[in-house]
Design a protein around this ligand. Structure first.
Ligand code: NAD
Length: 471
């Protein structure tokens, strides 16, 4: 997507807006804003037909104020140094905002995944990992990649396997990457974490009666009409959890076009159809847009818009036409700063990317902690807590001389599983994050995005100041 303003500059505009509200010694804010390092590698790929192609790939370390650095890597045909740098910067601010102890990083390989066979993709990912090892850009204490666009558990497994082969039995080597399958050290709940986090973010924002009143909406997610752009990992899971909470998915936008039905869609049905190779446009819907016209679906009538595909999709060309009252940024950088201003002036509530999609890195952090501790969450205390609760309930029954109603005993006398603990930790993180940015937005009389940057800058600044690097 052609962008008038480079992506990193866009992130820095948001940064500057927040920095204008803060007072720090000279040099500190430029140090936080600067990207510490960007690595570009070019390596040969032997294609299945024997021809050789040079593959370009990047890894950006935006901030080393905390180690390891953390961030996903993506496979896209538009990958560039500017894009990874901007995304790495967003990771720094996102991790700070949700109190995840990492510096920000991001990686990308410039390929269109569908143009390569599985065997070619495996060679590309393994070689990329090898290059990352060579430049010290992967390792549990250095840099921990994770999934981003067009990257899933399979690609992460190739990365882990390549790193393990090169790291000679490093005891915590599994923590070199997150988003792994559970069988290989992954954590339950990581696949759906970003979408679940987007859902929690929306739920929190929509629970504030005064904010909803200003938008002319009732509180709560139930019955709200949602348009989602991108039915990939983030968009599908966000739509799924919103629908489970009673929201109505009225519009879906994908590569091939967009469909709209005020009566709502069954997300599982759409996802199943697309997974089998079908197109959105083959499904029954009163309104359809095909090809690149699909992006006009962002302007459809709805309460909540969830852009969960690409950056820069909300720009000055469409910001004035968006009908949603709440925009929850599942994608990174979906809104340009000029569009952001238009949306703010129009009173639309924007739940910014650096908070809204932080669920992924939050659960990646849990996976990393699990790998370093070499024990599944809940393994040590689940049984203990279950029997402890049973003892207490037995004691209550004998004290009051009455048994608990049937089924209740078994429901309450349980300990938490890994999935319970991960989801609870994610929910707590998203609630706490919203409370922080909401409070700052009130204190500084600003929007949630600027509040998010204020929050992140304050935390990164503290990290520098407490190490004595700045007064
Ligand atoms: P994904 O590859 O699983 O899904 C992206 C979806 O967008 C795909 O279904 C793709 O077909 C669709 N898409 C591509 N071009 C489109 C277009 N022009 N119009 C509509 N849809 C289009 O990727 P993902 O992991 O879901 O990432 C999506 C966004 O969320 C990215 O901005 C990514 O950086 C961000 N994000 C992802 C995670 C994560 O954990 N995966 C975490 C935080 C942020």
């Amino acid at each position: 997507m052609a962008q008038a303003v480079p992506f990193f500059e866009q992130v820095n505009r948001y940064f500057d807006r927040a920095a204008d509200l803060l007072d720090y010694p000279p040099g500190l804010l430029p140090q936080i804003k600067a990207c510490n390092a960007v690595y570009h590698v070019g390596f040969p790929l032997q294609r299945d037909d024997g021809s050789i192609e040079v593959i370009h790939a990047w890894r950006a370390h935006h901030s080393h104020h905390k180690l390891p650095v953390k961030g996903g890597f993506r496979l896209t045909s538009h990958a560039s140094e500017d894009e990874v740098t901007a995304l790495a910067a967003l990771m720094t601010y996102k991790c700070a905002l949700v109190n995840v102890p990492y510096g920000g990083a991001k990686g990308a390989i410039r390929i269109e995944k569908d143009d390569y066979s599985d065997a070619e993709l495996e060679r590309i990912i393994r070689r990329y990992t090898f290059e990352l090892v060579r430049i010290n850009c992967i390792g549990p204490g250095l840099d921990v990649p994770a999934p981003d666009m067009a990257v899933g558990q399979r690609e992460i497994s190739w990365m882990l396997d390549t790193y393990s082969a090169l790291s000679h039995g490093e005891v915590s080597g599994m923590a070199c990457v997150t988003g792994k399958p559970v069988s290989q050290g992954g954590v339950r709940g990581r696949v759906e974490a970003t979408g679940r986090g987007v859902f929690f973010a929306i739920r929190e924002a929509m629970s504030r009666a005064d904010d909803m009143k200003r938008l002319g909406l009732s509180t709560g997610v139930e019955g709200k009409r949602v348009v989602v752009q991108g039915l990939g990992n983030v968009g599908y899971h966000a739509a799924k959890f919103l629908a489970e909470a009673g929201a109505v998915i009225v519009g879906v936008l994908e590569r091939e076009g967009a469909i709209y039905d005020p009566g709502g869609f069954d997300v599982e049905k759409i996802d199943g159809h697309r997974r089998e190779g079908g197109s959105l446009l083959e499904l029954d819907a009163p309104e359809k847009l095909s090809g690149s016209d699909g992006s006009r679906g962002l302007e459809w009538d709805c309460d909540i818009l969830v852009p969960a595909a690409l950056e820069g999709v909300i720009h000055t060309g469409n910001a004035g036409k968006i009908q949603a009252k709440v925009i929850a940024e599942g994608a990174n950088g979906p809104t340009t700063p000029d569009a952001d201003q238009v949306l703010n002036e129009r009173g639309i509530l924007q739940i910014p990317d650096l908070y809204a999609n932080a669920g992924g890195v939050t659960v990646s952090y849990f996976e990393w902690v699990k790998n370093l501790s070499h024990v599944r969450f809940g393994r040590m205390d689940r049984r203990f807590r279950a029997s402890n609760r049973a003892q207490m309930m037995n004691a209550v029954e004998s004290l009051v001389g009455q048994a608990f109603p049937e089924g209740l005993f078994d429901e309450v006398a349980v300990g938490a599983s890994e999935a319970d603990l991960v989801n609870s930790g994610l929910e707590e993180t998203m609630i706490e994050g919203y409370e922080e940015i909401h409070r700052i937005s009130r204190e500084y009389e600003t929007d949630l995005r600027t509040a998010g940057f204020v929050n992140a800058i304050q935390k990164v600044a503290t990290a520098y100041q407490e190490r004595g690097i700045f007064p």
